[in-house]
Design a protein around this ligand. Sequence first.
Ligand code: PMT
Length: 402
Amino acid sequence: MSPLHGKHIVLGICGGIAAYKSVSLLRLLVKAGAEVQVVITPAGKEFITPVTLSALSQKPVVSEFFTANTGEWHSHVDLGLWADCMVIAPATASSIGKMAHGIADNMLITTYLSAKSPVFLAPAMDLDMMAHPSTQANLKLLKSYGNHIIEPEVGYLASGLIGKGRMEEPEKIVEALEKFFVRSQDMKGRKVLITAGPTYEKIDPVRFIGNYSSGKMGYALADECASRGAEVTVVSGPVSIIPGNPDVAVVSVESAREMLAECEQRFPDTDVAIMCAAVADYAPAEVADAKIKREHQDVPVIRLVKNPDIARTLGQVKKAGQTLVGFALETDHEIENATEKLARKNLDMIVLNSMRDKGAGFGTDTNKIAIITPDGCRADFPLKSKADVAKDIVDKILSLKN
Ligand code: PMT
């Protein structure tokens, strides 16, 4: 049975030549067992008739805020709540712009703004419109709001030109939706513990030793695991971000020792632990009670002691059935160092990111990783958003046999 069986899907259709493909998409969704409500923009109706769409969906097509002759009001709020998913195909440059900027001048955009469900967009337009910086900026904005963009193909366009802008084929759109719904449940029942952010090691009441970790990678992992049904706790060092997913529990700590204590307490009841925090390896041996004053002292010498290794501590008590994932942030001899950490910390896999790769590591919205497993296998991934990197990591965790 298709994962779309019984799902409520709002199919949004905008005014573009590719609207003819929406008929096939609608047929495929209905065939997969989904209940589909079509919402079409006024321009969409110039390309395809509501009669065809309502016959196939077996529901009246919604286009206006109310039916003129009866005065019946169509509630975009109800539709937004009813939907398990909204797919806008084709999504034109104009509607993409309106969605990105909240210009709610038709039923489709108001439904989008009211939707509580995941939203997928399949853009379709001429290659120059697609490549235009404003379209790209709007798509980037929509993606940053958590919408899913189903990239258009390169191919023959209605203008006669060949380029990127052809709406993805309906079969592929259905495949993307099915994959999404499978993924939305594949971590269900699992308890996930994630460390994220830096640790701060106090020198005195106003100073600390820390690092540049923003928490973005760890929080992206937390959001991804939660969106796939896991029960997620993040033990987080000091960061200025919050999880996108309200179901993620955050336990805030400051130092490595505090992080260790929270992790040790939770680990026995954890199925998957992902050590993404940039834990300070050293802490000052003594913490001054008062601010160390510049005027009254020689240049202070701060003696350091080793911090506990949280990943290694958990690796020593790991039981069969538990999965322990580490990260390696390297600047040189990347593969050798990561492989050594994988073994020393008794990890089930290690995610390597290198400060030598542009766009990877601390603070960025992107990362470039390699995943290494104890059997010596290595998978290299291109530069991606941290949200997409998190997907790859979770896919890999689920593929591990232990
Ligand atoms: O937070 P962002 O700005 O998004 O940046 C993400 C990141 C670069 C911090 C992240 O992708 C990353 O690489 N995290 C691990 C950083 C790190 O400390 O790497 P490491 O090679 O020093 O440590 C190896 C592993 O041991 C890591 O899983 C680390 O969490 C763990 N560790 C390290 C030291 C320690 N005392 N305790 C630990 O648990």
